[in-house]
Design a protein around this ligand. Structure first.
Ligand SMILES: Cc1cc2nc3c(=O)[nH]c(=O)nc-3n(C[C@H](O)[C@H](O)[C@H](O)COP(=O)(O)O)c2cc1C
Length: 217
């Protein structure tokens, strides 16, 4: 496939992205760009394709204010154009596996019985594979892949983000009424446009030298 960006343009975007501390509350994200970012979330890859997640787009200002108090009062929660709370499945059940196989059968136009063998592999992995001891941990790692894809996609569209773990996940679950739900809060990400007053935009990135983090063998 033909590249849509040059290596130099890609790096320019990745350098431009930074964890935005101050958003411009008056600048919304254009609807078509936001629709594409939601699709970027939907398209994120996950182990076996199980998609153990949900992305809660919180628009209600009162709810966002409540969440801000559960986020060390970080202003991004209320000031960014969009707030996404990334939820992960607390566990992975046979019902979750069957839901995925049902969806696969619909999308690919094949009887669900086509996947009987694969179903056994999945059930066995989830019940006794290496991830079985910590399914929430496994699911959480998948959620972070979606977070990364979301932030990079946003940067490609000239949209600023701030990934946020500085939040009280248990308080989020309470505020969002997730107590009885199969999902729990993993992290959040705000998206919008940076405020001209955010000095962090011009602060040089601190990264280890390439040869300290990339090893060749
Ligand atoms: C998972 C994760 C959680 C983070 N949580 C917060 C947060 O709660 N508040 C914040 O201002 N920045 C947060 N950050 C931003 C990091 O501090 C920032 O990405 C890092 O210092 C590198 O800087 P840069 O993203 O501007 O290049 C978080 C980053 C990640 C990846």
């Amino acid at each position: 496939m033909e590249p849509t960006t040059t290596p130099a343009q890609l790096l320019e975007r990745l350098q431009w992205r930074y964890a935005t501390k101050q958003f411009d509350p008056a600048r919304p994200i254009a609807p078509d760009a936001w629709a594409a970012l939601e699709d970027a979330l939907v398209l994120a890859p996950s182990s076996f394709g199980l998609q153990p997640w949900k992305f809660l787009v919180v628009e209600d200002p009162a709810l966002r204010q409540q969440l801000r108090t559960a986020s060390w009062n970080q202003s991004q929660i209320t000031d960014a154009s969009k707030l996404v709370v990334f939820l992960g499945l607390r566990t992975m059940t046979i019902e979750d596996i069957d839901r995925y196989l049902q969806r696969t059968s619909e999308v690919r136009g094949l009887p669900v019985s086509t996947f009987d063998g694969y179903r056994k592999v999945l059930v066995n992995f989830v019940q006794s594979g290496w991830a079985s001891k910590d399914l929430l941990g496994w699911n959480t790692r998948q959620v972070y892949i979606a977070l990364g894809q979301f932030m990079t996609s946003a940067a490609m569209l000239g949209i600023d983000t701030c990934p946020m773990e500085g939040i009280d996940m248990a308080a989020y679950d309470r505020i969002l009424g997730l107590g009885d739900s199969p999902f729990t809060t993993v992290c959040a990400c705000t998206a919008g446009h940076r405020s001209a007053a955010d000095k962090y935009a011009a602060t040089p990135k601190v990264r280890y030298a390439k040869d300290a983090v990339i090893e060749r063998r």
